[in-house]
Design a protein around this ligand. Structure first.
Ligand code: VGL
Ligand code: ZN
Length: 248
């Protein structure tokens, strides 16, 4: 049997009901609606897999917080000035004598050890799940389970998956167009057969959700629904396009 892993991305209070609640974001998608979908997925017996739960885990002085924007040096090429920058703006910081670092600004969220960083109370954490914390460095954000946003610093995830002989990676959680998209794309680039479970994800911006799904599709990611996961898990060999649905 081909071994699979389920990666549950950032199902934390701040994204579901707290300071960065998706239902208040432009796409108005309600992250709480997928808690039970993910619980049902996690209960499936066919997995025989490795569970990964990803956590956004920021220090209070993190570079992604709009309230911290003026505390970091602005790069000369930044189109938006940090002293007037607002949530969702993309600014460019100068992190090291002229080295650019693009950063989207967010409300304060998922501060290490806070209620907002805790997993939603109704999310079932399956025994044996393994937590990966990301975004822990003050001046470097991290959206993907595999790499920091500089694409250089790698987490232990690829090694763990490879050591366990895992070939398929299924991704669900929030936000579709941010951390889910980065995780899915890196997984695919690293050569894992990669699935996004569409009805088990919620996102921030409607247009970005559509755009990120078509990018995924073009790169060979399989977009499936939670109903199709059992079939995908029981199918040997590459599923490829046969059982993948077009992303909406
Ligand atoms: C996320 C914005 C900021 C995410 C994390 O989990 O998608 N989005 N930090
Ligand atoms: Zn974050």
């Amino acid at each position: 049997m081909v071994k699979s892993a389920l990666i549950i991305v950032d199902m934390q209070n701040d994204f579901l009901t707290g300071s960065l609640a998706l239902k208040e974001c432009p796409a108005h998608e309600n992250g709480e609606e997928i808690v039970e979908v993910i619980n049902s997925l996690a209960k499936m017996e066919a997995w025989g897999c490795l569970w990964r739960i990803l956590l956004d885990w920021h220090p209070a002085d993190h570079i992604s917080f709009v309230t911290n924007a003026t505390k970091f040096k602005q790069h000369a090429e930044s189109a938006v000035n940090t002293d007037v920058a607002q949530v969702y703006n993309r600014v460019v910081f100068d992190v090291d004598n002229g080295v650019r670092r693009e950063q989207v600004l967010w409300p304060v969220h998922c501060i290490q050890g806070s209620w907002g960083a805790e997993l939603h109370k109704d999310l079932n954490v399956v025994a044996g799940s393994f937590m990966i914390k990301k975004g822990i460095s003050t001046s470097l954000d991290s959206y993907s389970a595999f790499f920091d946003n500089d694409g250089i610093h790698e987490t232990e995830l690829r090694k763990i998956l490879q050591t366990k002989g895992i070939e398929r990676v299924f991704v669900c959680g929030v936000a579709t167009d941010v951390c889910v998209a980065y995780t899915v794309n890196d997984s695919r680039k690293l050569g894992f057969e990669t699935y996004i479970i569409e009805d088990a994800c919620k996102g921030v911006h409607h247009d970005e959700i559509i755009k990120s799904k078509s990018t995924m599709k073009l790169s060979g990611v399989n977009c499936i629904t939670s109903q199709e996961v059992a079939l995908a898990l029981s199918t040997e060999g590459k599923i490829g396009k046969t059982h993948s649905k077009l992303c909406h």
